[in-house]
Design a protein around this ligand. Structure first.
Ligand SMILES: [Zn+2]
Length: 251
């Protein structure tokens, strides 16, 4: 009888712990590793992180570098993360850090750049070539043409239209409307492959695209000020698809 009791209690406990650990470990290994770089600009942290947490296929690691610097690229992180999400603003990147960034793109790592990260590294012109866009933080000349300072407006209801329904990033995403920030008067390369458009008069017509650079591709989405858009079901679907697109092999 004593022996039976041992099996009824301890053995069951050990089995449960072992099985749980096995599944927890298996789940952790099945998640893709995503570095999320923030800093240099305020944002609604909780709803922002809730959006990433809603994508159970990924494990986000946050890197907040504050203002003006971005130590993330002190090393080549190609093997540490499956993709990188940029949500930083006005940071500086040294020539050595630029090399590490470019190395990652040479290896074909796809990246995701969201909202104010259009100006993640405003003093590094190559970054604009990478994302296929430039937001003018002041009146300036860009590629031989004069531009006025770009404009933004908060709390605008923006109609969002899926322009390419066949791309992996837009699968299952329907047209929607959501309150977010508009950007206008910024440069977009004619080479980009447009995924989302808008007829909002206060915004440029393009809201999201894919740009090819070196061996890599970059997904840029202008939406993402938050917090409404972070909770929007269609936007979450788009972002979740973008993570899959960026991290799946052979696509
Ligand atoms: Zn914003």
């Amino acid at each position: 009888m004593k022996r039976k009791k041992f099996f009824d209690t301890n053995w069951v406990k050990f089995t449960c712990i072992f099985v749980s650990l096995f599944f927890i470990t298996a789940f952790a290994y099945s998640q893709v590793r995503v570095a999320v770089i923030t800093g240099g600009h305020g944002y609604d942290k909780e709803p922002f992180e809730a959006m990433w947490a809603s994508i159970t296929e990924m494990k986000p690691t946050y890197f907040d570098y504050g203002v003006k610097k971005c130590e993330f690229f002190d090393k080549d992180h190609s093997d540490d993360f499956d993709t990188i999400v940029f949500y930083n603003f006005r940071q500086k990147i040294t020539p050595k850090q630029q090399q590490n960034f470019l190395k990652m793109l040479e290896k074909g790592k796809k990246i995701i750049v969201m909202h104010h990260a259009i100006s993640a590294f405003p003093e590094w012109d190559e970054f604009n070539k990478i994302i296929g866009a430039k937001y003018f933080l002041e009146d300036m000349e860009w590629e031989g043409k004069k531009y006025e300072r770009s404009k933004y407006k908060h709390d605008v209801k923006i109609p969002v239209h899926v322009a390419d329904k066949n791309h992996p990033i837009t699968q299952g995403v329907e047209d929607f409307e959501e309150i977010d920030e508009t950007y206008s008067g910024y440069y977009i390369s004619p080479e980009v492959h447009v995924l989302l458009t808008t007829n909002c008069p206060e915004n440029t017509p393009f809201l999201a695209w894919v740009n090819k650079y070196n061996n890599s591709e970059i997904f840029f989405v202008q939406l993402g000020h938050g917090p409404q858009i972070f909770a929007n079901e269609q936007f979450r679907k788009l972002i979740s698809n973008a993570i899959k697109w960026a991290t799946e092999k052979n696509n």
